[in-house]
Write a new protein. Structure first.
Length: 396
């Protein structure tokens, strides 16, 4: 090992069963490597000690395991790029440089979450819109909330949101507030890259971004690499490309963590970065010559076995979950961001609503007059004893 005090990177661990035995799989949630390492439950103690403070001799003493076995295991983790080591840092630097040089942000989910061929993708999206009711309101919405769950499960709910744009007057720029599903340095992260999908290239409004970034007290591009594989903006771009005939531009923003604010019970507008971004977005929209619509690409509850819960996801739980979600959605539709936040804090976000800060930002930054719930849905997964919920809303 080239690292004297090995440290495990932030990894996602989940149970798997193979050959009649229980195992634990380790993978990188950032997607910097697709390698997956499967270990026995007995290796958990060693993994817990890989905190960068224990050398090989200390690990051997704590575990009473031969040094060569520990070293072999550490080598396996390092080769899989799961250790914070020179090997991983060199790999990250290479990936970062490749992304920096790329002219566009390539479609990451094509061929996986949705078809990679344009015709097949168009057919899927057309089927989603077949379940929606045409809007006769020609006023473009000032904001939308749409899901970011995969198309197979959330398609009609996506379509309920984007149907609002099908016959409205044109919008120049869509500010898309997605969710960063991995840790970020700052609460908001942008990229200047155009987004490429099977339906073409959606250009980024770099002029709008320059005005926005220039008003902020932090580097809006510090974690730009997170955009490389994050799907929550990509999915919104595809629906925009499908429903709009006229040209448009996007402002891709990922919204980072907010759990520290929940734990502290702090109103987000008391946080320097949140307050600064909300103010900067509001001012940029006002001072720009664009017709702007802000889209929050978010999901709601994430509960059940896949998310660490031990209770059973049954019909009664789904009914209670729907009631709680509907209460949240009423607060958002009524523009009551303070009560929305208070309720999230009150139960420490036990439903794991991942779009909290993105929706709060939308409500705080815009001068809205009203909103309405368009569609609510749940996607249970019996195989994993889990459920994800999501919705679409319109604001004017």
């Amino acid at each position: 090992m080239s690292v004297a005090h090995p440290k495990l990177r932030l990894v996602e661990a989940f149970p798997v069963r193979a050959e009649g035995r229980d195992w634990i799989a380790l993978r990188d949630p950032t997607g910097l490597t697709e390698n997956v390492v499967t270990v026995s439950p007995g290796a958990v103690r060693l993994l817990q000690l890989l905190d960068g403070r224990h050398d090989l001799a200390m690990l051997q003493s704590r575990l009473a395991v031969p040094a060569d076995q520990i070293e072999k295991f550490l080598q396996q983790l390092d080769e899989a790029l799961l250790l914070d080591s020179p090997r991983f840092l060199a790999h990250k630097a290479q990936v970062t440089e490749q992304f920096r040089k790329a002219r566009v942000r390539a479609a990451f989910c094509a061929g996986n979450s949705y078809p990679a061929q344009a015709n097949a993708l168009r057919q899927m999206l057309t089927e989603h819109f077949a379940t929606t009711t045409r809007s006769d309101d020609y006023r473009p919405p000032l904001a939308l909330v749409a899901p970011h769950i995969d198309f197979r499960r959330g398609g009609p709910t996506f379509a309920a949101a984007y149907q609002q744009l099908a016959h409205s007057h044109p919008v120049d720029t869509f500010v898309i507030l997605g969710v960063a599903h991995v840790p970020t340095t700052h609460r908001y992260v942008a990229t200047r890259k155009d987004f490429q999908t099977p339906l073409g290239i959606a250009p980024t409004d770099t002029g709008f971004l320059d005005m926005l970034a220039g008003r902020l007290g932090f580097d809006l591009y510090a974690d730009e690499l997170v955009h490389r594989r994050e799907h929550s903006v990509e999915f919104q771009v595809i629906y925009l490309q499908h429903v709009l005939a006229q040209p448009f531009r996007i402002v891709p923003i990922l919204v980072g963590g907010f759990h520290d604010l929940i734990e502290a019970g702090t109103d987000p507008l008391r946080d320097r970065e949140v307050a600064g971004f909300v103010r900067a977005l509001r001012e940029t929209i006002i001072e720009s010559d664009r017709r702007v619509c802000v889209i929050a690409g978010v999901d709601l509850a994430h509960v059940g076995g896949r998310f660490g819960d031990e209770f059973h996801v049954n019909d009664e739980l789904l009914r209670r979950l729907a009631a709680d979600d509907q209460a949240t959605l009423r607060q958002v539709a009524q523009l009551d961001r303070r009560q929305f936040w208070r309720d999230i804090v009150a139960d420490t976000n036990r439903r794991r609503v991942d779009g909290v800060l993105a929706m709060y930002t939308l409500l705080a930054a815009l001068d809205l007059r009203g909103g309405e719930l368009l569609r609510y849905d749940q996607s249970p997964e019996p195989d994993t004893n889990s459920v994800v919920t999501f919705a679409s809303l319109r604001f004017w």
